[in-house]
Design a protein around this ligand. Structure first.
Ligand code: GAF
Length: 392
């Protein structure tokens, strides 16, 4: 539906059919939060909320970008790629710039319309979806021969340099490598991964969106990363073999407690525990043990809230609300934090009641509307062949 609207917009705006249509999904993360930039493990998946791209090559050097959701456009030349004053355009320009830097030259411009239904600021990685989709579309359109991993790394660099967030690799990796009904256990140290089936018909994945996005989110994120790096620098003195928090154990950390500030100690403690938790959670998943898996999700939330301090009252409230519900296996805040969504593993037959009671409780407590989404796990970024044929 969305891609049909986009195709129509493309025709109206550029007077031709797009050559290529692409779908790039947002992501959820089951467990393994703030571990990616610490060389740990994560367990994300691509979801049925996505950003769509309609694109065609041009004969000149112009790149015309049109944001469907904002009804706004931006134009630049391949001869002069630079940051824009329009924030939305920078996610696309960043990818273009990184591709040019990678040595895979794009020599002719293009017309592009993009838009989708990944809620913004909800912790579902709409920006990674934009970057991943842009890279995939350009790679395909100009036959650049970039691998999936190269596309993920390009998207990550674009986020660092053009959005100013020193993010890890998880979001773009998930948007690109997603697989229907599977979660991706990604080792962020060597970027190897394996799929774990996540197909439990008796449970649904429900996201509860606080609608809160604290402005400090990006700078606090970068600060958390810096605090982890400070911890590593201190730990490397007695333990020179340590390269990242992946190499640290709780006894090692405890032995240096007097050298680390209480804040840095708590940040490191959370990360070390979380890296271990992903392993236990994956084992539970393999055994079909959603009770243990859910307990680990709650432990993650506790750590993110108390030690890593990236939660907020709205997220804490939503998680607390589920604690006594035997229809919820696990719940926690998801993503970078400071707002966005909680992820909940809810018995499928009570999802509507769950959403209704959460909505009422949230309204009652914060006088805000709670938006909830039941999400499905889908494939990662892909070309949408049929629609192009239908549209032409
Ligand atoms: C954000 C970042 F972009 C990811 O790399 C990851 O660190 C996540 O926060 C926290 O796990 O989504």
């Amino acid at each position: 539906m969305l891609n049909e609207l986009l195709t129509q917009k493309f025709k109206d705006h550029f007077g031709e059919n797009p050559t290529l249509l692409v779908r790039a999904p947002g992501r959820i993360n089951l467990i393994g939060e703030h571990t990616d930039y610490n060389n740990g493990f994560v367990l994300p998946a691509a979801i049925d909320k996505a950003i769509y791209f309609a694109i065609s090559p041009r004969n000149d050097k112009k790149c015309i970008l049109f944001a469907y959701d904002l009804d706004d456009s931006y134009e630049l030349s391949l001869d002069n790629i630079h940051k824009s004053e329009k924030n939305w355009a920078n996610f696309l320009i960043g990818v273009l710039a990184e591709i040019q830097e990678s040595g895979k030259q794009i020599n002719t411009g293009f017309n592009l319309v993009f838009g989708g239904d990944v809620p913004l600021g909800a912790g579902l990685s709409s920006s990674a979806a934009v970057e991943s989709g842009m890279g995939f579309a350009l790679n395909k359109l100009f036959d650049l021969g970039l691998s999936k991993l190269e596309l993920a790394l390009i998207a990550q660099q674009a986020e660092h340099k053009y959005a100013g967030v020193n993010c890890g690799i998880m979001d773009m990796f998930a948007s690109i490598h997603g697989k229907t009904n599977s979660v991706i256990k990604l080792d962020c140290q060597d970027l190897t991964f394996e799929y774990f089936p996540f197909d439990f018909p008796e449970y649904s994945l429900v996201l509860c969106n606080t609608g809160v996005k604290h402005n400090l989110g990006d700078s606090e994120y970068n600060q958390r990363r810096a605090e982890c790096e400070e911890g590593i620098r201190i730990l490397q003195k007695p333990f020179p073999q340590v390269d990242s928090l992946r190499d640290v154990t709780i006894p090692m950390l405890r032995s240096q407690a007097d050298k680390l500030s209480p804040v840095v100690y708590s940040r490191c403690k959370y990360v070390v525990e979380e890296i271990e938790r992903v392993d236990v959670a994956c084992e539970a998943l393999e055994n079909g043990d959603l009770t243990t898996f859910g307990q680990k999700m709650y432990e993650t939330h506790e750590g993110l809230s108390q030690d890593y301090e990236v939660s907020c009252p709205e997220l804490d409230f939503l998680v607390e609300q589920t604690l006594n519900l035997d229809t919820v296996a696990g719940a926690r805040m998801m993503g970078g934090g400071f707002g966005g969504c909680t992820i909940n593993l809810v018995k499928a037959d009570v999802v509507d009641d769950f959403i209704e009671s959460m909505t009422l409780a949230y309204k009652d407590k914060f006088d805000r509307e709670l938006l909830s989404y039941k999400v499905k796990i889908t494939n990662g970024v892909e070309e949408i062949q049929e629609i192009v044929e239908k549209a032409s």
